[in-house]
Design a protein around this ligand. Sequence first.
Ligand code: NAD
Ligand code: LMR
Length: 385
Amino acid sequence: MKVTVIGASGGIGQPLSLLLTQNTTLPINELALFDLRLSKGVSTDLSHMTGPTTGIDAISPKKVKGYGKDELSGALENADIVVIVAGIPRKPGMTRDDLFKINGGIMRNLILETMKHARPDCLVAIISNPVNSLVPLAVETMKQDIHQKYAPEKRVFGVTTLDLVRAITFLKESGQENVTQNGNSSNCNNNSNSNSSSKEDIFKDIVVIGGHSGKTILPIIPESTLLKKGLAKGTNTKDYNDFVYKVQFAGDEVVKAKEGMGSATLSMAYSGYMFVSDLINARCNTQNKQAYTSSTTGMSNTIVAYVCLNNNNKGQQLKEKLHNSVDYFSTPVVLQKNTGFVEHLDFDHTLNKLNTHELQLLNKDVLPQLAKDINKGESFVRSSK
Ligand code: NAD
Ligand code: LMR
């Protein structure tokens, strides 16, 4: 499989590429790194750390290839999976939407090039912001090519994994800490209190739906998990509201802490690595003789991603539940074995189980903003034929 990372020399691109080289179980024949700057430096750097003497189990350096700024076509040639992380990040005081002016044009061009050079059935993972608008922009751009053999609605994914990773992390933190006899915190989880829940248990329990910006991010945590964590769920419970706010505005917290030098990079690289691994496993024939377990959700063949709802009946059903107000939504998605396309959406344990408070948040905060963001991405394409 050929995996192409575009924006590979950036704050996210570099650690994401590093992580992808470290998992030898992923069937990557070529990891193609493209950027307007430094990509050959990054690929050379990555090529110096495999081999028996280092003890590091990395993919062969020959498989990592850097492409310079005039070599985008080569980087994309026959790519199975294209990961787009190119574009500018936020500075303090900016919203993700402020990035659209620059990143919208970058994304459109990269999608046009992807359509020309990558495999016609390639999967496209979009990390660049604003995800809420850039995914519709990408799908609309692809739809303009009437010769597209494979529906863009089934193979363009907005990466919202970081929201899930954050929700899980903050949820874990919100449990009572193990305290040793002298009062110091301990990392040892040797009893059955809240911190001892296994990673898998928590992954199974929670999802984050909606979009990827501020209040469009809606974590959905089962009542039982919240109770276990000492967070009473329900309207205007302070701890619960604080938790939801922290997940929704965690990106702002990082932007502020980085003091003008960018936004989340390492936690995004970690989340992006898990997401891309899931896409690779969904597409990989050998591993998919049996269902794979997603590294992000812990569920069989199921990831959480921001996708187009006009992809099948389940998408239409979800759209109706959302009052036909949006065409894109982040939700659990079941991927087809061997193609990695969207098979169907799986909202039985999310949207069907929202409590009154969550429904209020969905209708009041998520849907109106998301509709505006989606329209922005689609309009950009319609006006730039
Ligand atoms: P960065 O500035 O460190 O890196 C971006 C890279 O893109 C740079 O190396 C730049 O040279 C490259 N680039 C710019 N235009 C390009 C083009 N046309 N072709 C190829 N490469 C190009 O930024 P970063 O911190 O890595 O963030 C990248 C994007 O990811 C931002 O838009 C940011 O908001 C977004 N992001 C998304 C999430 C998420 O959860 N989806 C999380 C964090 C950051
Ligand atoms: C994040 O959630 O950290 C990213 O979307 C980057 C940002 O601008 O906050």
